[in-house]
Design a protein around this ligand. Structure first.
Ligand code: SAM
Ligand code: DTB
Ligand code: SF4
Length: 329
């Protein structure tokens, strides 16, 4: 049977997740090396271009206006400031810049015109540009593609069944529809989720089940560990055990062999040994730089030191999915 499948059952994915831990890591590490260069990690950096004041009620998010969190709310950043941050990210070893906005959806206004300028500017710096701006229409996706957008991040966050326990202001189908619009514009898809929100194993695998059975696997899948932020409904969630993170990453790698699996939020709270296991199990991307969007993250130097210890190297920016360049893909 081919490794690249779109006909997984949820039970098959759950069975992978529940394998004996080291057996699972071994299988995922093997699958990872069959399709990817095991020593290469794609390095992204986040810029929060518009922070806070969001109308949505995502239970995990410090940027929702309705929760009282201690963040610096700001309106859309200038193109100059974005250029400055992007240069810093490039100097720090990043090959991708992801610009995030605390919007429910994109509106066709001056702010969007400015985001288009940001995309053009970062693209001209020879870095992959990614945006995460909330829901977008087909024509907005096309405008972003024309400006040189390489990837669009839009997370499913959890399973379809659990979605309404986490977010009530939009539906799972809204998310899937945006992903469809991104695909139609030939922009690569980045979509994953969060663990540690109180979801079950079935929910974690349910999210993978939806992603893996899309007509094409997302080119990148971020796996975030919840950063429990004071003032959000999830402020008291217990930290997710590292073993769950390893299982989730390994399972993602098993069902999406060619996808870039990103060990995303939550690394600040993880040991180096824990992160090493995640890379072993198939993670091949991180966000680096002192901040994610609003919460802290390891700085560039700290991550480069970690790479040195592990014998990993940041991957150069590229304009094609890595798998195309791998012999046995
Ligand atoms: N507003 C846009 C949207 O919701 O698509 C883009 C920005 S939103 C902050 C991007 C993603 O960040 C969310 O989908 C969620 O997966 C992740 N995220 C937000 N808060 C988080 C937290 N406290 N811990 C882990 N991940 C988080
Ligand atoms: C993703 O999956 N994780 C990133 C990025 N995509 C946009 C965001 C993580 C945010 C963590 C909480 C914060 O810093 O506000
Ligand atoms: Fe808004 Fe995105 Fe945060 Fe939800 S995750 S509250 S849509 S910024």
């Amino acid at each position: 049977m081919s490794d690249i499948r779109h006909n997984w059952t949820k039970q098959e994915i759950i069975d992978i997740y529940n394998k004996p831990l080291l057996e699972l890591v071994h299988e995922a590490a093997t699958m990872h090396r069959k399709y990817n260069k095991g020593s290469e990690v794609q390095v992204s950096s986040l810029i929060s271009i518009k922070t806070g004041g969001c109308s949505e009620d995502c239970g995990y998010c410090p940027q929702a206006a309705r929760y009282h969190t201690d963040i610096d709310v700001h309106k859309l950043m200038s193109v100059e400031k974005v250029t400055e941050y992007a240069s810093r990210a490039k100097a720090g070893g990043a090959s991708r810049v992801c610009m995030g906005a605390a919007w429910r959806e994109v509106r066709d206004n001056r702010d969007f015109d400015n985001v288009i300028e940001m995309v053009k500017t970062v693209n001209a710096m020879d870095m992959e540009v990614c945006c995460t701006l909330g829901m977008i229409t087909e024509s907005q996706a096309q405008r972003l593609a024309d400006a040189g957008l390489y990837a669009y991040n839009h997370n499913l966050d959890t399973s379809e069944e659990n979605y309404s326990n986490i977010i009530s202001t939009r539906q799972y189908d809204d998310r899937l529809n945006t992903i469809k619009n991104v695909r139609k514009a030939n922009i690569t898809v980045c979509s994953g989720g969060i663990i540690g929100m109180g979801e079950s194993t079935e929910d974690r695998c349910g999210m993978l089940y939806t992603l893996v059975n899309l007509p094409e696997h997302p080119e990148s899948v971020p796996i975030n560990a919840l950063v429990a932020v004071k003032g959000t409904p999830m402020e008291n969630q217990a930290p997710v055990p590292i073993w769950d993170m390893v299982r989730m990453i390994a399972t993602t790698r098993m069902v999406m062999p060619k996808t870039v699996v990103r060990l995303s939020a939550g690394r600040q709270q993880m040991s180096l040994e824990g992160q090493a296991l995640c890379f072993m199990a198939g993670a091949n991307s991180i966000f680096t730089g002192e901040k994610l969007l609003t919460t802290s993250n390891p700085e560039f130097d700290v991550d480069m030191e970690m790479f040195k210890i592990f014998g990993l190297a940041p991957r150069a920016p590229f304009k094609k999915p890595l798998a195309v360049e791998v012999e046995n893909a």
